[in-house]
Design a protein around this ligand. Sequence first.
Ligand code: HEM
Length: 364
Amino acid sequence: MTIFASFLLLALICLAVAFPTYDSIAGLSEREINEYVARNGVAAIPNPPLPLPKGQDGLKLVNDPAHPFIAAGPNDIRGPCPALNTLASHGYLPRNGVVRPDQIVTAVMEGLNLGNDFAKFLCYQAFLMNGNPLTNLMSIRMKTRGTGPDPPKPALIGGLGQHGTFEAVFNEDLFQGFISTSTKFGFNGTYDVNAAAELRNQRLQNSIQTNPQLVFTSPRILSAYSEAVFPTIFFVDGRLNNCQLAIDAARHFFDFEMMPTDFHRQPAPVNFTMVDPLVSEIFNKHPFAPGVNHGKKNFVLQPQTPPLSNFCGIYEDIVIHVVPGQYPKPTGVLRDALNKNLGFFYGAVRAEHNCTQVFPYGRD
Ligand code: HEM
């Protein structure tokens, strides 16, 4: 056996010992969690990274020699988020696509200049819904053994693509829709806020017509409307910074998962104060109320779920309903890990939105 082959075999054995296959699929019982923790210890949960230091938080070449693009290999995971895919392909995130939440916060701050609060909000929300709190790992697409044994059901640990695995693959038809909408509504054929408003509305109307199981309520409404405006900010070169995304640059991020040559990030950290008005602007062009489809073309309003304008209501909905939906009665290390991540999540909404903290699993 060659040295390489024995190394590979050893690596596979280590992996099998660390993450026994039976429990990673079924979900651990409380007893198994205790046994797992006794064997492996608890994954360290680092505190969220601090904001970039003053003087190092400005305009910067980010497609640089230290972060070369390398296309994803056959075992590298890429998912529904073009920003995270691109950051993984440039090594700002682990290239295999299995990541810790603090690594995401660092990557989006370093690579795209998301403000610290904003980065933490996106990241800990996604982690609480899709990551593995026991191992502190999350897949940026589908379920994978790489995130270790799952906590008990109904936890899903499905990765970022959990809500639509098929959407995770680049779709040329949808991208052609992106181009034609930009040509028709955007300034000089770019994807700008006008194009974003039209495209977002088209997608919603199309889903109402064709998706019998459409659920367009909190928290999806917030991510859907935020994702629509993000490219007009973060994918535009920071030297231009005019909220007009050229189609060629868009294709780099969405299709090639690559930063354009010479790409510079935003000139200053971007927080809610910049994003919120753009989200309101596209909402106001085509307002809607949250609802669900009961069969195609039968959109039934859900007045009990918070509307897009109620940010703290959406925060509370995530913390009181969405997270406990997957973790109804966590105990021991699992509860500790969830509480820690819920605290980090609240830390992100406190500063700019002044929401009241809620504690689904009690305070300790
Ligand atoms: C902390 C960071 C982030 C996380 C955890 C995250 C997560 C996600 C997830 C889970 C989706 C899938 C849709 C969904 O289920 O809601 C998504 C889509 C998307 N994300 Fe991100 N995202 C992050 C940052 C960003 C940034 C900085 C951008 C900047 C442009 C971005 C742009 C997008 C876009 C445009 C989509 C929609 C893609 C499409 O419809 O084809 N995301 N993201």
